[in-house]
Design a protein around this ligand. Structure first.
Ligand SMILES: C[S@@+](CC[C@H](N)C(=O)[O-])C[C@H]1O[C@@H](n2cnc3c(N)ncnc32)[C@H](O)[C@@H]1O
Length: 287
């Protein structure tokens, strides 16, 4: 079995972030970055790669696209979600249909993405890939495929990427790996996980988070020093990153301080705070 099909089978069993109902998520579009709303309204074409059950892309559509159709001059926001898991795509489609959102969902692997997936009416696009590419067999080539194909039809591109951090994730992984080595029961591991993350009140959703964070069959961890040159190669600039709480530090400083993420992870664990070692970066290109 290939790594890709191992990951697909894992998510077919239980798609990450599946919820009892989509509507609860509607106020959450700025969850991954404080400027999501601004970026959606600027580009008006949004593509979510590895969208899972489509909460993000449906929420964007629900909040920013539904009501103003009647306003003269309103330009539609095109929303597209791509994922290789049919179960997740069907879930996203159901809610898109229920709320008449017309989000376009495409069932395909990121490795099969083509320039046509990024071809909208104008040459401006907001790409989002939250927590998906580090679950592919080669995260860096997945990023490069997206960059290469997106640049064919687009001049203005914002790309929000969320990945596990190489240093920041270590304490979390070590903690759970040690518990697994001690042959602690699944129930015990779940308790430890939820003592850190808390319970959402949605049992299936909590289970999907636990499985995704603690028992995933394939994940990789990354650094900004590793991905920055790849974005640079396609003429993208770093706008900001969660690593310094979006305060806009320059790249040299970010690279210099990157190992500090390990200490932050350790401290959080000691304080019984949830710190899975996830970071987001916003890159942009305007010609
Ligand atoms: C951790 S989930 C994140 C889902 C969503 N982005 C979110 O933040 O809720 C990872 C997602 O990546 C998708 N994925 C993994 N490998 C993929 C691939 N090669 N092509 C397309 N999607 C993939 C999975 O199906 C899953 O929905």
């Amino acid at each position: 079995m290939t790594n890709g099909s191992i990951v697909l089978n894992f998510y077919k069993e239980l798609p990450f972030n599946i919820k009892k109902d989509f509507i609860k998520q509607k106020n959450n579009i700025n969850f991954y970055h404080p400027d999501v709303k601004k970026l959606v309204l600027k580009h008006r074409n949004v593509i979510d790669i590895g969208c899972g059950p489509g909460h993000f892309i449906n929420s964007v559509n629900f909040q920013l696209n539904r009501f103003p159709f009647s306003i003269k001059g309103f330009r539609k926001i095109n929303c597209k979600g791509i994922d290789f898991n049919p179960k997740a795509i069907i879930y996203g489609l159901q809610y898109s249909n229920k709320y008449k959102l017309s989000t376009e969902f495409i069932l395909k692997s990121v490795f099969d993405i083509s320039e046509n997936d990024f071809n909208f009416v104008n040459d401006s696009i907001f790409i989002v890939a939250n927590g998906s590419l580090h679950h592919t067999e080669n995260c860096l080539s997945a990023i490069e495929i997206i960059l290469k194909k997106a640049c064919v039809f687009n001049k203005n591109i914002s790309f929000l990427i969320g990945l596990y951090h190489y240093h920041g994730r270590k304490p979390f992984l070590e903690h759970f790996n040690n518990l697994k080595k001690l042959k602690k029961s699944e129930e015990y591991l779940k308790q430890v996980f939820h003592s850190l993350r808390g319970y959402s009140g949605d049992e299936l959703n909590d289970e999907s988070w636990y499985q995704d964070q603690v028992n995933h069959p394939l994940e990789s961890q990354h650094t900004i020093s590793e991905i920055y040159p790849l974005f640079k190669k396609y003429n993208f600039e770093l706008v900001n990153t969660s690593l310094d709480k979006f305060s806009g530090s320059n790249i040299d400083k970010l690279i210099q301080n990157e190992e500090e993420q390990y200490k932050l992870g350790l401290k959080a664990l000691k304080q019984k705070k949830y710190f899975p070692g996830y970071f987001t970066c916003l890159f942009s290109k305007d010609k």
